[in-house]
Design a protein around this ligand. Structure first.
Ligand code: NAD
Length: 335
């Protein structure tokens, strides 16, 4: 039986993890969940943010699903999420923005996929204090990391019958770093004559996405721009409770929702488990369990087609557990 590492994480993590595992189990797929614990709570108890047990489990299973983990703002430890992505070179961060059901979406149905470089840029954490009043952060962009994510985006576009890839940079200002990323985008695009390259500056992209998002199909960008744009794009289909994500490297993959720990609703049975459940669907596809993934997506589409089934983030009143029951019932009906 396939063993999957499960990291419930902080905040709403444990609640949505519980919901996600129940939904996956009812789909009939046989997985063994290998629970390990990391994040702020573990840090407060043990002094370790990512205990050795997490690495052992990940290295044995090579596939994981995780809830969000808290990162203190401004000071304190660096992000455990970023640390995992860097340690295992999980360079492709894939975030599909697809509207299921009738979620409150400004432009109606939407189908966009964002590819975010996941290991470098300002996230490399190369920061230094020059004086009390001057801090530097170094932006690192390499050919190797840029090319592999851009190639993934173009290959994905081709495999899924999409016809456009937007390469998003600020190459007019950061001529060396973003200039390199854009140059590589142009080189890779030359290998895909059937796919249209859209060169878009990140500030313009922010506006285009909220005015006319349907002009895009696949977007590829650097780490920080991708982080910001994917939250913006989540807003186009009803919010962060709905958008899944995958962090994929050469021989390991960690699936997680785009959202964070949602401290404002943690422990209140209010969180929307859709994003993590869709992340599990991406994991099932990765594991060759496409039928189960399709079944769960159909069930979510059905449940989210009725406003009566919405959780609070979508303007409804259903609790996490009641929403989960609706999805489980739909999976059982569709099986
Ligand atoms: P957040 O994503 O946690 O929350 C933003 C808003 O969206 C909040 O109002 C929240 O209630 C809502 N929201 C998010 N997910 C939801 C869901 N599933 N259902 C319903 N509503 C949901 O962002 P934040 O408040 O900026 O960050 C909180 C913490 O999460 C920080 O410590 C941050 O570092 C961390 N974080 C972790 C990850 C990760 O683990 N990959 C990602 C982003 C943020």
């Amino acid at each position: 039986m396939t063993r999957v590492t499960v990291i419930p994480g902080d905040g709403i993590g444990p609640e949505i993890t519980q919901a996600m595992t129940e939904i996956v189990e009812v789909s009939g797929v046989k997985l063994e969940w290998d629970y390990v614990y990391a994040g702020l709570k573990v840090y407060e108890e043990t002094g370790e943010l990512l205990p050795e047990s997490v690495f052992e489990s990940l290295e044995a299973n090579k596939v994981a699903i995780k809830g969000p983990m808290t990162t203190p703002i401004g000071k304190g430890f660096r992000s455990a999420n970023v640390a995992l992505r860097k340690r295992y070179d999980l360079y492709s961060n894939i975030r599909p923005i697809y509207r299921y059901g009738k979620t409150p979406a400004i432009f109606g149905d939407l189908d966009l996929v964002l590819f975010r470089e996941n290991t470098e840029d300002l996230y490399a954490g190369v920061e230094e204090q020059i004086s009390e009043h001057e801090m530097h952060s170094i932006k690192i962009i390499t050919r190797e990391s840029s090319e592999r994510i851009i190639r993934k985006a173009f290959a994905y576009a081709q495999q899924t019958g999409r016809r456009k890839v937007a390469v998003v940079t600020k190459a007019n200002i950061m001529k060396l770093t973003d200039g390199l990323f854009l140059d590589i985008g142009r080189e890779v695009a030359a290998d895909y004559p059937d796919i249209q390259l859209q060169e878009v500056l990140v500030d313009n992209m922010a506006m285009q996405l909220v005015m006319n998002p349907k002009q895009f199909e696949v977007i590829v960008t650097e780490n920080l721009y991708g982080d910001i744009l994917s939250d913006l794009m989540a807003g186009l289909i009803g919010g962060l409770g709905l958008v899944p994500g995958a962090n994929i490297g050469e021989d390991m993959a960690i699936f997680e929702a785009v959202h964070g720990t949602a401290p404002d609703i943690a422990g209140m049975n209010k969180a929307n488990p859709t994003a993590l459940t869709l992340s599990a669907c991406m994991m099932l596809d990765y594991l060759g369990e496409a039928e189960a993934a399709k079944l769960i997506r159909q069930a979510l589409d059905e449940v989210l087609s009725d406003e009566e089934h919405f959780t609070a983030d979508l303007g409804g009143t259903l609790s996490t557990t009641d929403f989960t029951k609706k999805v489980i019932a739909a999976v059982e009906r569709l099986k």
